[in-house]
Design a protein around this ligand. Sequence first.
Ligand code: NAP
Length: 549
Amino acid sequence: MTERSTDRDYDAIVIGAGFSGLAILHHLREIGLRTVVLDGEDGVGGTWHVNRYPGVRTDSEYSYYSYSFSKEVREEWNWTERYPSGGEVLAYLNFVADRLDLRRDIRLNTRVEAARYDEAANTWVVETADGERLTTKYLVSGMGVLAEAVYPAIPGIDDFQGEKYHTARWPREGVDLSGKRVGLIGVGASGIQIVPAVAAQAEEFFVFQRTPNFVVETNNDAVSDRDLEWLRANYDAVYEKAANHPFGVAMEPAEHSALEVSPEERRRIFESKWNEGGFHFANECFNDLATNHEASELASEFIRSKIAEIVTDPATAELLSPRSYSFNGKRVPTGHGYYSAFNREHVHLVDTASTPITAITERGVRVGDTEYELDVLIFATGFDAMTGTLTKIDIVGRGGRTLRDKWAEDGLKSNLGINANGFPNFFMSLGPQTPYSNLVVPIQLGAQWLQRALAWAEANDVEYFEATPESEDWWREETEQAGRGTVMYSEGKKAKAWFLGENIPGKPEEFQVYMGGGQVYQRYCRELEESGYAALLHRAAEPTSADAA
Ligand code: NAP
């Protein structure tokens, strides 16, 4: 094995102390790499550290929204809700950080502003906001995929004199909404979670909706001691099931097409999975809701019928029913009393599709000629997804070229979302073109893949891994092809979905995620490994073989 260069401060620097960063630190430490995690926040948890809006909780169930790699964590952590609250997930990640003794290698309040590859020294130089420069052989991004919050380009946005919050930057001390007139812009997965929680507190609540969503309502339950006992006995099987599912959920993939059963049978199946709630509806009814437009339209019609059942005012029910695109055109959001919140007298749905928001004023939001006066304005307006965190800072590879410029000039390119040509020894956890999935599964499998890859690199005197141009072309083509066959493409374009980049004005339409299935993606990762990482350029000091690992 190569002598580690003590000229560098670290063997690996990981940016971000969320689900990715914690898993990667643990796995790289296990192979003896001197690793540090840098995070600009004052606590671990990443997404869950900053998204503290009322109602925030997981959309996936506790049993597979967690790491499976640590026996100690599995045995000792007790989940309390089937869909854990954001606070519970944050407590879990803090528990993981303590139990695996990760904190001694995590530097908080350390914001990375740039990272530059020094070609002559084969070293990354990481620059922090405090002007510190740290050197490392391997640079790993765990910066998060839905982390670069965006505000809408509405005139007057800075004029508002009341309180103003983005869901992704909610104040830690909370916000007292009682007795207040509150406005919400945005009804994606974040807005949908916040609606019932704000409705329970605010005096008057105005929900400004441009595009309605197909919300799958969810039954949350307490997790019993028996549930936990069962999970502890079956953790590996649950995890394997999730890893083998296209969307990373521990569910049996549905076997039948929505088109091959009678209308009565279809309604019965939709009804039973609707009652089970959440992603069970999306994943367990039929096998073609994401691939066949007609099937997706049948699911849409069922959800519209549910909206009409739940929402008492027919005009409001109709406004809440998407008509311009069908089910799966947006990332399916789960609800916890979303539709029924609109039955409360002080909750008002304002349709900004027919009459757009014209301005944000000092006092509120103007829709057409009507000004809605507000004390608090909440933005649940989403993220520059997948690429936003990576292009916001300067990641500078060979020849002084940034990742931002590479993707702007050449299109979105990577090898399996893990590496990029021109950026030697730079790795991404959940980089663009990784699976559209419950993210904890690809995070954990990715950390384990990286552990084996870097152990092999170290054992074989590999100076650097770098995606070949051919591997990037292949993966871009595969990503686009896999995506274009889905409803997410035809309907996502209409719905301006973030997974196509459509939610950000000027962002090119490209698949930001791999729609071909998490299990297919993992097979490609295994093949790359079994090939001796052939699609990653590497240079050995002495001739060796993969067998030497
Ligand atoms: P989002 O899905 O991108 O939704 C943004 C919302 O803001 C949309 O309703 C959009 O309307 C609206 N909007 C944006 N610009 C606007 C403008 N100028 N005028 C009016 N409305 C505007 O963002 P998100 O809800 O934060 O969710 C993003 C992703 O984060 C989710 O898809 C999910 O993957 C993840 N997430 C996960 C969880 C969880 O697992 N628990 C929770 C929350 C979020 P249009 O649709 O008309 O553009």
